[in-house]
Write a protein that binds this ligand. Structure first.
Ligand code: PLP
Length: 479
């Protein structure tokens, strides 16, 4: 037994590392053949989950046995890393980002204040500037911070907008978004002290986009009633349908009405790396702030979000703070302290897990992967549009295709029967365990969604998915 078990020696570290690496490589290699959902019965899942509630023992155990336990737990889960994950907005997790993170966590440099690890802070800043300027098209002077996800990014954007536009007096502050906004938008507003009744749902046009005229009318009516409109949140790629709000018009409207213009591009933002995406996402460069989610469309591991802002000073003003115990820390001249731009202080060098893959693979590798997702989604749209039993709603702006069982006629009863049939269709599709789709509600109708985002999803899996969906859709109408 080692005298200091928390400090394994070189040979032990090597052996432990090999055990972990072998397992990870084996799991990653087998992703294409793994079931898309857990194969355990709900009862077995509950029992396994229960067994993991046990507290840690006083004396340590064996790493091989513990890793086997971890594998059991990881198998009792939606396979979010695999090529068949077409539900929600997949987060596939790059192997090279995991390696970067292992390095990061072992070296354990401090990421809250730039002067503690200035070169690594600059490395992180390079990732943020790339996102702000190259990806989103914001000008010099823009910047931001990496967060744990999109929700935290939108929260900090809301706090910055509130601080900048309302000052200390929050009463009357109103926010504008649509029914298709992610629920994190309303949550952020409430956490930022905005009254729930002051979060306005702007009507959408039949193609599910925010209606700019309706937004303008609402803002003016609220202002006439003595309220203080301060923030408009557009979505660039809604979670439900991947639809992009009319960004240029909403940018113009925000300027005219003097409200902060935030874009939730947690899903869509990185598609600006592609030619089609940059055309469809024109207007992002006019935003005051943008939420991005590298753990979705940059294939990073979960826990990687980003907020970029036009005016870094506004973000800083809303989040700055310090303490006497930090008096030894100088401020770096060229790189901001992330601990002064958001609610968190101590955290890892978050940028490292993006920096390594971006430098190792190059930006083109990500551009091509995202372009492939757009191609695959178009292919899904075109193929399912040819299936008589299905109703495919609209051409995808991004990589989400929505469809449902076509009702027999225009009656309400037929719509309800089609909803029920769509619900069963989803169960049968997912029952194959080769792909997982999810559902939502569009125009009060139960609607299935195929969302292609994983870097591991390619043409072969989509061909298989289309075969399964088509066969099940046809089977349903004949039985
Ligand atoms: C996923 C998502 C969010 C929330 O981001 P988290 O990383 O889950 O916190 C916000 N907006 C949109 C459009 C999303 O797709």
């Amino acid at each position: 037994m080692h005298r200091f078990p928390l400090e394994p020696d070189r040979a032990t570290m090597t052996e432990m590392g090999r055990l972990v690496l072998d397992r990870v490589i084996d799991r990653t290699d087998k992703l294409p053949t793994r079931p898309a959902t857990s194969s355990l019965s709900p009862r077995a899942e509950a029992e396994l989950a229960e067994s993991f509630l046990a507290p840690p023992p006083a004396r340590g155990g064996d790493l091989t046995a513990l890793l086997a336990r971890l594998d059991e737990a990881a198998d009792c889960a939606l396979e979010t890393a695999g090529p068949g994950h077409l539900a929600y907005i997949p987060g596939s997790g790059l192997y090279t980002a995991a390696l970067a993170e292992f390095y990061n966590r072992a070296v354990n440099r401090y990421g809250g204040l730039a002067s503690v690890a200035p070169a690594l802070a600059a490395l992180e800043e390079s990732v943020i500037r790339w996102m702000a300027r190259e990806v989103c098209g914001l000008p010099e002077g823009s910047g931001g911070l990496l967060t744990s996800g999109g929700s935290m990014a939108t929260f900090s954007a809301t706090v910055a907008a509130r601080h900048h536009r309302l000052g200390e007096d929050l009463a009357g502050g109103t926010v504008y978004t649509t029914a298709f906004a992610h629920h994190s938008v309303a949550k952020a507003a409430r956490l930022a002290g905005i009254r729930a009744t002051h979060i306005r749902t702007v009507p959408h046009t039949p193609d599910l986009r925010m209606d700019p005229q309706a937004a303008a009318a609402m803002i003016r009516a609220d202002r006439d009633a003595g309220l203080r409109p301060f923030l408009l949140v557009a979505t660039a790629g809604t979670t439900d349908t991947g639809t992009i709000d009319p960004l240029p018009q909403l940018a113009g409207l925000s300027r005219r009405e003097d409200v902060w213009f935030h874009i939730d591009a947690a899903y869509g933002g990185f598609f600006r790396l592609t030619a089609r995406g940059s055309e469809r996402l024109t207007g992002m460069e006019e935003a005051d702030s943008v939420t991005l989610d590298p753990h979705k469309t940059l294939f990073m591991p979960f826990g990687t979000g980003a907020l970029v802002v036009r005016d870094l000073a506004a973000l800083h003003a809303a989040h700055d703070g310090t303490g006497r115990y930090l008096q030894d820390m100088a401020s770096s001249a060229s790189v901001p302290d992330s601990g002064r731009l958001g609610p968190e202080l101590t955290h890892e060098i978050r940028g490292l897990r993006a920096w390594l893959p971006l430098h190792l693979h190059g930006v083109d590798a990500f551009r091509e992967a995202l372009d492939e997702k757009l191609d695959l989604a178009e292919h899904v749209h075109d193929t399912l549009s040819g299936v008589a039993e299905l109703e495919v709603l609209q051409r995808p702006d991004l990589s989400t295709v929505i469809f449902r069982v076509r009702p027999a006629n225009d009656s309400q009863a037929a719509a309800e029967r089609a909803d029920e049939a769509s619900r069963r269709l989803l169960e049968r599709i997912n029952g194959h365990q080769r792909i997982v789709l999810s559902s939502t509600v569009v125009d009060d109708r139960y609607t299935l969604r195929v969302c292609v985002v994983s870097h591991r999803t390619h043409h072969d899996r989509i061909t298989e998915a289309l075969k399964i969906i088509t066969a099940e859709a046809k089977r349903h109408t004949t039985t």
